[in-house]
Design a protein around this ligand. Structure first.
Ligand code: TGC
Ligand code: FAD
Length: 390
């Protein structure tokens, strides 16, 4: 048998089909050309300087709503979409986030629960990147427990009037449309809120130390009056936003594998060239142990992502499978990033190398889309039958 390829030790990618490999190669080439040369500057600046240009470039690449059917969307399988997320997050978690929020949250909510008119209005421009969407679920006092939200939508004649505050909303201040979740007399429902509606404002969150190449905002809704048809008619209860979260969490399962791979590859390269005590760092047993642990984590993460992707393409991915993947792969990526940073010594703390950027980004990735603890509790509930959330 051929010796393992250090860059794909268990040949995980050999199990991708031709279309999936084509997506991998196209997104990898785009990321190397358009994203990787700039991402450290964006991270240092703490923003994305041209979010509209980026959206259009992602649209042209075909990754926005890539796995959704119709309305100008790509209609790919789940594995191809996952591979795209992996290649983007190998550059930066904030860039995968941009694609996740647009395609897996805002577009997925409209695709799943929107009216035909809402789909026609929003999905084609969002797939092309001509319109940007955001997804407002979290509030200042309601994060892991979104059922406790305070945002309210009340009827006034046939109109809806929304009041509330959403917090930590990716792309909130650059969005054309916000999918906002609010409590109504009929339970939690989603609303498509055009950003130019009077009473809607968005404020950028500053001074983040993580996910800096991403725009994060607070949304304030004060007496936002919307016509009757602004509600997503199919949305009912907390299960509606949670089902969108499953889509984005699935992308993170793959994305985290990409961040892990990037940190491992950086460590391998650095250890092979940096010399101390007369030989490359790679020649020290302690470094080899770090690299061996990294290879195991990277390949476990890749296998987990592919397995959950194949289950998803067969209609067999339960949301607890996705929790398993998010829990396992983000933790694996965090271990790899920390070990890689140590291999890089002092250089590892700079933006000249990608590792500390990944390491601090992964603090966000472990927090959003359900914290590590929330996914541990989901897995715990799945295996014991006992809920320990409250
Ligand atoms: P609970 O009573 O357990 O559930 C309510 C109903 O929802 C169902 N359900 C799910 N359905 C689909 N997918 C899931 N993952 C589901 N989890 C639960 C459940 O079966 C039930 O249905 P029914 O018919 O019986 O009513 O609800 P709970 O209030 O106890 O909460 C459960 C919990 C804690 C797991 C959930 O609320 C949770 O996941 N909390 C974490 C919140 C979270 O992840 N927020 C993310 C905000 S968006 C974001 O972070 C975007 S960042 C993206 C980026 O930039 O990449
Ligand atoms: P809390 O829920 O207050 O949790 C604090 C700590 O307590 C955590 O360790 C948590 O695990 C723990 N904890 C909570 N409940 C339990 C329990 N039952 N048992 C044990 N431990 C528990 N949200 C959106 O809606 N849209 C977005 O686009 C979005 N983008 C984001 C971008 C960034 C950069 C960040 C940082 C967050 C984003 N979020 C977004 C919000 C994110 O989903 C929340 O931060 C996350 O759900 C956790 O909520 P919280 O921060 O309020 O923490």
């Amino acid at each position: 048998a051929p010796a393992p390829d250090p860059r794909d030790f268990l040949s995980v990618d050999a199990d991708l089909d031709e279309t999936e490999r084509d997506v991998r190669d196209a997104v990898r080439a785009f990321a190397a050309r358009e994203l990787a040369p700039h991402v450290a500057d964006w991270f240092e600046a703490g923003t994305l300087p041209d979010p509209r240009g980026l959206a259009e470039a992602f649209g042209a690449l075909g990754v926005l709503g890539m796995h959704l059917e119709g309305y100008g969307c790509g209609g790919s399988n789940a594995v191809a979409y996952g591979v795209a997320c992996r290649e983007l997050e190998a550059v930066d978690s904030g860039l995968r986030s941009f694609v996740s929020v647009q395609g897996s949250l805002a577009m997925a909510a409209i695709h799943k629960y929107g009216s035909e008119e809402q789909k026609q209005e929003w999905l084609p421009p969002m797939a092309a990147g001509r319109a940007i969407g955001c997804f407002g679920l979290t509030e200042p006092d309601s994060g892991s427990d979104p059922g406790s939200m305070r945002s309210r939508a009340r009827r006034d004649g046939s109109d809806w009037v929304l009041d509330g505050t959403k917090m930590w909303i990716t792309n909130g201040s650059v969005a054309d449309v916000a999918v906002v979740w609010a409590a109504t007399d009929e339970g939690i429902r989603g609303f498509a809120v055009p950003a130019d509606t009077p009473g809607f404002t968005a404020n950028v969150v500053h001074r983040k130390l993580s996910l800096r190449a991403s725009i994060t905002s607070e949304l304030v809704l004060e007496g936002v009056r919307l016509p009757a048809d602004a509600v997503l008619p199919g949305s009912r209860g907390l299960g509606s936003p949670l089902s969108c979260l499953n889509e984005a969490r699935y992308g993170i399962v793959w994305g985290a594998a990409g961040a892990a791979r990037a940190c491992y590859e950086a460590a391998l390269e650095y250890a092979g060239t940096r010399e101390q005590f007369g030989r490359p760092l790679a020649g020290f047993q302690l470094t080899q142990r770090k690299l061996a642990d990294m290879v195991v984590d990277v390949n476990h993460a890749g296998l987990t992502a592919l397995r959950i992707g194949r289950l998803k393409d067969r209609g067999l991915a339960h949301h607890n499978h996705v929790s398993f993947g998010k829990f396992a792969n983000v933790a694996a990526a965090q271990r790899v990033a920390a070990a890689s940073r140590s291999v890089h010594g002092a250089n590892g703390i700079t933006l000249e190398y990608p590792v500390m950027r990944h390491m601090v980004n992964l603090e966000t990735v472990a927090t959003y889309e359900g914290t590590e603890e929330i996914h541990a509790l989901s897995i715990g509930q799945a295996v014991t039958g006992v809920s320990a959330f409250r």
